[in-house]
Design a protein around this ligand. Structure first.
Ligand code: C5P
Length: 265
């Protein structure tokens, strides 16, 4: 039998406001989430027992057993699979990674209902439509059409554990995101976006100053910000040519960083 192919696109938090903290420690978020045409790839086929093979540029250090979220996802869905996972995205990078991979498995198995049990970021990755994400990541609402954006993703090669970033955040009760404009021009959308925030950006920089370097080198983009809890940062560009030029410039200045021009979906 041939294996089914699944794509796990990079998740980008265009905004990420932290608006409170629950008694169990989880934080309340208000975030505009989009997806891009770069991501991990999976090949999935039914099997009597679970197995996992990891390949790709970011395969190193990825567990190939029950510790991997794709394994947990298949188990939670009650369906053993033989999985090949091609890791193209840096892990611990604030752009989905393991959560997007797990969501791709659940989507394939039609088992999205167990997503929240695997992690706060898994439900938002169940489909690739832009969404507003509130609650701890579990409340998802559709957003006005945002159009396609040329984007450059820059990961400065440092991993920042999400719990440490939340811990380094001084003020947990911040203003929510404003109303997302509908039918806005690209310029108006950028102006609105510039007034929003990623509240985890400063605490992440305090743990990994390389993030500030990544944000700096993206200057010149229409909007520059960090995604998720870092360390991947992004710039939004006016055209594919501008994004490609930025990718080439940044990649030659930092040959060891992960730099990728892409399009939002
Ligand atoms: O749910 P997940 O395992 O992806 O979250 C990783 C960690 O990030 C949690 O253990 C928690 O420390 C932090 N987190 C949080 N509030 C959220 C999401 C994650 O505090 N809404």
């Amino acid at each position: 039998m041939t294996a089914a192919h699944a794509f796990a696109p990079a998740k980008i938090n265009l905004t990420l406001h932290v608006t409170g903290q629950r008694d169990d420690g989880y934080h309340l978020l208000d975030s505009l989430v989009v997806f891009a045409d770069v991501g991990d790839r999976l090949w999935l086929e039914p099997a009597p027992d679970m197995s996992l093979d990891v390949t790709g540029p970011f395969a190193k250090g990825v567990p190939t057993d029950g510790r991997n979220l794709v394994w947990k996802a298949a188990e939670a869905a009650g369906t053993p699979l033989r999985i090949r996972l091609e890791k193209n995205l840096p892990h611990g990078g604030g752009i989905g990674g393991g959560s997007a991979d797990a969501a791709a498995v659940l989507r394939h198995l039609g088992a999205g209902q167990v997503a929240a049990t695997l992690g706060a970021d898994v439900p938002v990755c169940l489909d690739d439509r832009a969404k507003r994400m509130t609650g701890i990541g579990d409340c998802l609402t559709p957003v006005p059409r945002l159009g396609t954006w040329d984007i450059v993703l820059v990961n400065p090669g440092v991993e920042v554990p999400t719990p440490s970033v939340f811990k380094a955040l001084c003020t947990k009760t911040n203003a929510p995101m404003g109303t997302i404009p509908s039918q806005a021009s690209k310029d108006d959308f950028i102006r609105w976006l510039a007034q929003q925030r990623n509240d985890l950006q400063e605490p992440a920089i305090s743990l990994a100053p390389e993030i500030a370097d990544a944000l700096n080198i993206l200057k010149g983009a229409k909007l520059v910000r960090m995604s998720g809890s870092g360390s991947t940062c992004f710039g939004l560009y006016r055209s594919a040519e501008d994004a490609q030029a930025a990718q080439d410039r940044i990649a030659s200045a930092h040959p060891n960083w992960w730099v990728k021009a892409a399009k939002t979906l």
